[in-house]
Structure formats: C-alpha cells, structure tokens
Design a protein around this ligand. Structure first.
Ligand code: GDP
Ligand code: IMO
Ligand code: MG
Length: 428
C-alpha cells in the first residue's frame, strides 16, 4: 500500500478537542473520515475568525481539495446533516468533497423518541444522560438487522417495506410499553424520501473511496468521535455510548484493514471533563470544578450541558494508550490551568485499600476507587501566546514531561487556546 492512514481519537469522555486537532492536521492530509457515532458528537473548530461546530460532517470540510467521508459506522441523522451542509454552503465554506457511505445507518425520528423513553424508563438513578440524538436505538436496530441505511432512502419501495416493518415494531414499543402515541408512517416516509433526494449527490462507497486514495499514495485521517472512556467495550460501561470510539473502531467503521493505520494520536485534555452520568474518579470538588468550568468554557458543544470537571487521570490515560495503541498524545487546554495553585494528577487508584494502576471500566470497580494524587506546583503565566515548548513556564513543561514519562508516549501537540494558531506542534 502506498498511502498512509492515521487516526485522531479521544482518550477521555469526549470533548477533548478532537475537532481542533483534526483541523490542525487537515491541511496535510487528503481524506478525513468520521467512522462512528453520530450527531451526539460536537467538534469545535475556531478558524478564520469563526466558530464551527461539526456534529456529523468531518472536521476537514473547510479545506478545499480534500475529501471528507462519513463512514459506514456512523449513524446519520439526515436532517442534521442537511442543516450542517446548508450552513456551510451559505457561507461558501463547504470546500471539501463529501462522500456519505450508502451503508451507514439512518437515525430515524422514532430513534430519538425511543432514546428519551429509555432514559425515562431507567429513572433518576440509572439514567445514562444521553444526548437524546437517537444514537443507542439506531445502533440497536443495526445490530438487530432491521436498520434503515442511507442507500435505502434512495429506493422508495425498499424504504416503504423497511419503514413499515420498523414502525410496526416501534409503535408497539411506544404505545404498549411507554404508553405514548404512535408515530405516523406517512409523515416519516415522505420526510425520508425528501432527505434521500437532498443527500443523493453525496452517497457513495466510503470504503472504496478510502482504498483508492490509499492506492494513489494519499494520507487518510480517521476522526474519532466521543472518547475511549465512552467506548462501548472499553469505556465505563454501562455509562458509555453505543459505538466503538477507540481507534480500532476505525477499521470496521470505515472499512480499512488494521495494519494500514500507522499513526494513532490520542487527544487528552490537560485535565478531565465528563458530560452525563457515570463514574469519574478524579472529579474535583465543587469550587475547583466551577473554576475549571469557567476558565475552560466547559459547556457541551451539542447539548449545552455544563460539563463535570476534574483532574488529569493517568490511570485512565494509560488505559487509552493500551487499548488504542497510541503513538502520540495531543494535549489540549493547557492554557486553562494557568493560575491553579496546585495541580493534582491521579497516578493510581486505591481500591478497597489496595493500590491499583490498571484501569477497569466496569461500574462496580470504578464506583469504589479513590484517586491517588501526585501534586504539582501550578504556574501563573498566561500561555495562550506560547509558540514553542521552551516558551512555556517551567512548571508547565514539567507537567507535560511527567505525562510523557508516565505514559511512555510523546506529547506531539499542545493546545494553548481554542484558535487555530494557538498550538505548539511537536511532530504531529
Ligand atoms: P471535541 O468534541 O473533542 O472536538 O471537543 P469540543 O469541541 O466538544 O470541546 C472542546 C472545547 O475546547 C471547544 O470549545 C474548543 O474550542 C476548546 N478548545 C480546544 N482546544 C483548546 C485549547 O487548547 N485551549 C482552550 N482554551 N480551548 C480549547
Ligand atoms: P464528542 O465527539 C462528550 C456522552 C453523553 C452520555 C453518553 C451516551 O463531541 O467528544 P449517547 O447520546 O451517545 O447515547 O450518550 O455519552 N457523549 C458525549 N460526551 N462528547 C461527545 O462527543 C459525546 N457523545 C456522547 O453525554 O453520557
Ligand atoms: Mg465535543
């Protein structure tokens, strides 16, 4: 194979800054691919004086001459995708060529309704705190082999047949289990056909487009959504999303052979955040959490919910190194830590009195762990204009070097502000 495939993925609970890191490297790659998740993602790119939040479109859309692929592993909300595309078109910023995989699954209106119903059914204590974008129910239909795929939106007869079958089933769920009103076939069918007409020009074979690009010697970038700790298999189950957010998900979600991925960059915030329920061993006390949230602007890019905030967790980060095979770490939001007097970094967990350094995602384990912290001296200096590693305050350099030493992985990128130019490149 002539070309290369690399991946940029989240190492924590999402919102690590994947969008801005993808934007930082997009100019030197040829194809950017989303391979899992859906409009639960919100990837922020601040460029050319504007803020863009990509939910379904890959974060390379602003670059002319590039190809952006929405892979088969993504669950596509057509309405959201159309709105996102139109938003860019109005500004003349839809500069890349878009390919939407025909075998990606479609988030239908009933998936969103069921997402809300399932959360309600779980009740206060067991709620996942989903984004209510229909992600879980859509992946459920995919696995149950009754899902509607993008290509089905282009065939009125197939669509009618599949939708009839699905709606019969889902309306039973809605009326008999959740005691809600049934959804109307006609309305959804007509809407789905309109979506199909609008999206038809983009529908193609994502895996084939990627294969041809690699054969032509191009570089392909896989853009992960969510993060390792939200991964269905390797995250903090059951408080996870319904897809494989880790780098390996890129193989199935885009149709690429595993050995083709040569670079795996994990994005980590210099501290930690989480939206939604579930264990968070290094969650800070209210005062510190409020401070981090204010300074870091920690409000969800998709739902606007305030993010829970806490300290860097190296036990979890080492887990991300392991399950993704990370070759580099992109450390974002280092600037947010300026002004913190002390910086606790979690180096181990204490579990029923024993020191544990290996992460386990299971809830029953995580709910019993206490973080063991190593405390760093903070720094006062503003780092948002630092252009290279040596210009960072000494304490900040020590912080970064400690992360490299503990994980055994080089920090190849440092974010010192949200804007495109506010970064320190160290080989990414
Ligand atoms: P993603 O989902 O991983 O792409 O991340 P989000 O876009 O949801 O959240 C990251 C937030 O942090 C966005 O508001 C970014 O603009 C912002 N951000 C990213 N990198 C940095 C950084 O280095 N410093 C600061 N201050 N903000 C950053
Ligand atoms: P990006 O790509 C942060 C969280 C939700 C919830 C759990 C399950 O922007 O990093 P879901 O709607 O997927 O069934 O919700 O996962 N979640 C995210 N948190 N960033 C994301 O995406 C997320 N996508 C889902 O808050 O806890
Ligand atoms: Mg996000």
């Amino acid at each position: 194979m002539k070309g290369k495939v690399e991946a940029i993925i989240g190492t924590q609970w999402g919102d690590e800054g994947k969008g801005r890191v993808v934007d930082a490297v997009a100019s030197r790659v040829d194809v950017v691919v989303r391979y899992q998740g859906g409009a639960n993602a919100g990837h922020t790119v601040m460029a050319e004086g504007e803020t863009y939040i990509f939910h379904l479109l890959p974060s390379g859309m602003l670059y002319p001459g590039k190809t952006c692929v929405i892979g088969n592993g993504v669950v596509v909300d057509p309405q959201q995708l159309i709105e996102e595309l139109e938003g860019l078109q109005e500004k003349g910023k839809d500069r890349a060529r878009l390919v939407l995989s025909g075998n990606a699954h479609v988030v239908m209106p009933y998936h969103k309704v069921l997402d809300g119903m399932e959360e309600r059914f779980r009740g206060t204590g067991k709620r996942i705190g989903t984004t209510r974008r229909g992600i879980g129910p859509c992946y459920m239909d995919k696995v149950a082999r009754r899902g509607i795929r993008v290509e089905d939106l282009l065939g009125p007869d197939v669509l009618r047949e599949k939708l009839t079958f699905n709606l019969e089933y889902d309306n039973l769920l809605l009326t008999r289990i959740y005691e809600e009103s049934p959804l109307s076939f006609g309305e959804i069918y007509d809407q789905a056909l309109t979506w199909g007409e609008k999206l038809a020009p983009y529908v193609g074979d994502g895996s084939l487009v990627i294969y041809r690009a690699i054969e032509a010697g191009d570089t392909v970038l896989l853009e992960g959504a969510q993060g390792t700790l939200l991964d269905l298999d390797h995250g903090t189950y059951p408080y996870v999303t319904s897809s494989n957010a880790i780098g390996g998900g890129g193989c199935t979600g885009a149709g690429i052979g595993p050995v083709q991925i040569t670079r795996m960059t994990g994005v980590a915030k210099a501290y930690c955040t989480r939206v939604g329920s579930g264990p968070f061993p290094t969650e800070a006390d209210e005062e510190s959490a409020n401070r981090l949230r204010d300074r870091g602007g920690e409000y969800g890019a998709t739902t606007g919910r305030p993010r829970r905030c806490g300290w860097l967790d190296l036990v979890a980060l080492k887990h991300a190194v392991r399950v993704n095979g990370l070759t580099g770490i992109a450390l974002t939001k280092l600037d947010v830590l300026s002004g913190e007097k002390k910086l606790p970094v979690c180096v181990a967990y204490s579990h029923e009195g024993r020191r544990v350094e290996d992460f386990k995602g299971g809830y029953s384990f995580l709910e019993k762990v206490k973080p063991v912290y190593k405390e760093f001296e903070g720094w006062e200096e503003d780092t948002s204009n630092c252009k290279n590693f040596d210009s960072l305050p000494e304490q900040a350099r020590k912080y970064v070097e400690f992360i490299e030493k503990e994980t055994g992985v080089p920090v190849v990128f440092i974010g010192v502000g949200p804007k495109r130019e506010q970064m320190i490149r160290r080989g990414l």
